[in-house]
Design a protein around this ligand. Structure first.
Ligand code: HEM
Length: 437
């Protein structure tokens, strides 16, 4: 009998020519053309994967896949390199194992736990503040992108290992994490270097078991986490994969967010003034308390708007397990689904003046009216970013400390050319100069 399944399906429109969607420049460049030509759902055949994928840019369809029927979708393509880096960490795992890991890890990212970690984050920012004071005094022009990258790495390492970062450096004989800011390619060499940290982490885990030091950090949390349903704890291998995941997931994403938030603050003096007034009114003396920080609502609006225009995770994906339907279209089992926060956030059908930087989009009133699922920098549904709250607090703390001291100016207007890899970066670091207020 002839196979006529395909002909009875209702499939979205799309280009004839094969194309393999990936976190790369070609995909970044072609998406706007597709959305213009075919609308909010586009079917494209990949000859290298030998199957079709859909690019979905419709809030209701996104809601269906990520929130209503997430059990039918596993992580999609584009994670191959991340998998090499992260083993079976929570960002790449699926099914029952992912659910167990998420249950165990989730409380570490809750309000109470993050409040305890604030001191570590404050310390990292204090060190940067001292360095920036010198830069300001010397009228030094420097690379903001590199600096935010360095800061975010320190922050994520300190919240995971607290003072034992120093122990790891001592054990290793030099800074074992330096390559993460010095070599941002994430190529195979970086993968190998990163995976070689396994031994180092295992040593630290053994040392903690033996010495039982009192620590408030993610490692302590992960080591003592017990799954409520199975009563299981994590094996060391699983634990190490989760540490690696937190480092990779929490480093560059936060760095990019700080980078762009600073860029916009430096170029929008009314926004900067409003942010400063908020900080002045809320924080009487440094260091600010956790409650004061999370109440910096306008800073949160600024950061949210930076994340709208430059979402670090600009493309992510799922693959359907069984046949499904969105709108009038069929999704056969095994279809790859791609979402692009970058293009979703800039679509003129969902946003007024989408290219304009305007933190008022996220004030209480406007947020209430915002359509669901048009703003997805942290994804949505049960697999939404586990570090979303932490990332915002990290930014509130950073600006709460830095903005009252420094005025930033962007020098020699940089190209701002983007590099759309796993994360959306700037090709050349943004060059800035600071003056003391
Ligand atoms: C502004 C900063 C950040 C952005 C934009 C961001 C974005 C995202 C996105 C879009 C996803 C979901 C991907 C998908 O659905 O396939 C995700 C997942 C995740 N993120 Fe973040 N992230 C940020 C910061 C962080 C931080 C600071 C951490 C940890 C300290 C973190 C840890 C994770 C983890 C563990 C997952 C996987 C969650 C799961 O699958 O259950 N992220 N993030």
């Amino acid at each position: 009998m002839p196979d006529n399944t395909q002909s009875t399906l209702s499939l979205p429109p799309g280009p004839e020519a094969p194309f393999t969607v990936n976190t790369d420049q070609a995909t970044f460049d072609i998406i706007p053309e597709w959305l213009d030509t075919y609308g909010h759902i586009v079917k494209v055949y990949s000859d290298t994967r030998d199957k079709s994928g859909y690019l979905v840019n419709d809030p209701d369809m996104i809601r269906h896949i990520l929130i209503k029927n997430p059990a039918n979708y596993i992580k999609g393509p584009g994670f191959e390199r991340v998998k090499m880096l992260l083993g079976n960490g929570i960002i790449v795992s699926d099914g029952a194992f992912w659910r167990r890991q998420r249950r165990m890890i989730q409380p570490a990212f809750g309000k109470r736990s993050i409040a305890k970690l604030c001191e570590q984050v404050q310390q990292c920012n204090q060190e940067l503040l001292n360095e920036w004071r010198l830069k300001a005094e010397n009228n030094e022009t420097f690379d903001l992108t590199y600096e935010t990258n360095k800061l975010s790495l320190q922050v994520i390492l300190r919240v995971i290992f607290s003072e034992d970062v120093d122990y790891l450096v001592k054990l290793h004989g030099s800074d074992p994490f330096e390559f993460l800011t010095e070599d941002t390619t994430r190529d195979l060499q970086v993968v190998l270097k990163f995976r070689s940290l396994i031994k180092l982490f295992q040593n630290l885990i053994n040392w903690r078991r033996e010495h039982q030091p009192e620590r408030h950090d993610f490692l302590d949390f992960f080591m003592s986490a017990v799954d409520k349903e199975s009563n299981e704890t994590m094996l060391d291998k699983e634990l190490i994969d989760e540490l690696m995941t937190a480092i990779i997931a929490g480093h560059e994403t936060s760095a990019i967010t700080l980078n762009w938030s600073w860029y916009f603050l430096a170029n929008h003096s009314t926004v900067e003034d409003k942010a400063l007034s908020e900080i002045d009114a809320a924080i009487e003396q440094q260091p600010a308390s956790f409650e004061q920080l999370i109440n910096l609502k306008y800073i949160k609006q600024v950061v949210s708007e930076a994340l709208r225009l430059y979402p670090p995770v600009w493309l992510f994906s799922r693959t359907s397990i069984e046949d499904d339907q969105i709108g009038k279209y069929d999704i056969p089992a095994g279809t790859d689904i791609f979402f692009s926060p970058y293009y979703m956030h800039r679509h003129s059908e969902y946003w007024e003046n989408p290219e304009t930087f305007d933190p008022e989009r996220f004030n209480v009133e406007n947020s209430k009216q915002q359509r669901n699922q048009i703003y997805i920098p942290f994804s949505s549904g049960p697999r939404r970013c586990i570090g979303d709250f932490f990332a915002i607090v990290e930014s509130q703390l950073h600006f709460g400390m830095m903005l009252p001291e420094f005025k930033m100016k962007v020098v020699d207007s940089p190209s701002l050319e983007l590099e759309p890899f796993i994360n959306l970066r700037v090709k050349e670091g943004i060059r800035v100069i600071l003056s003391k207020r």
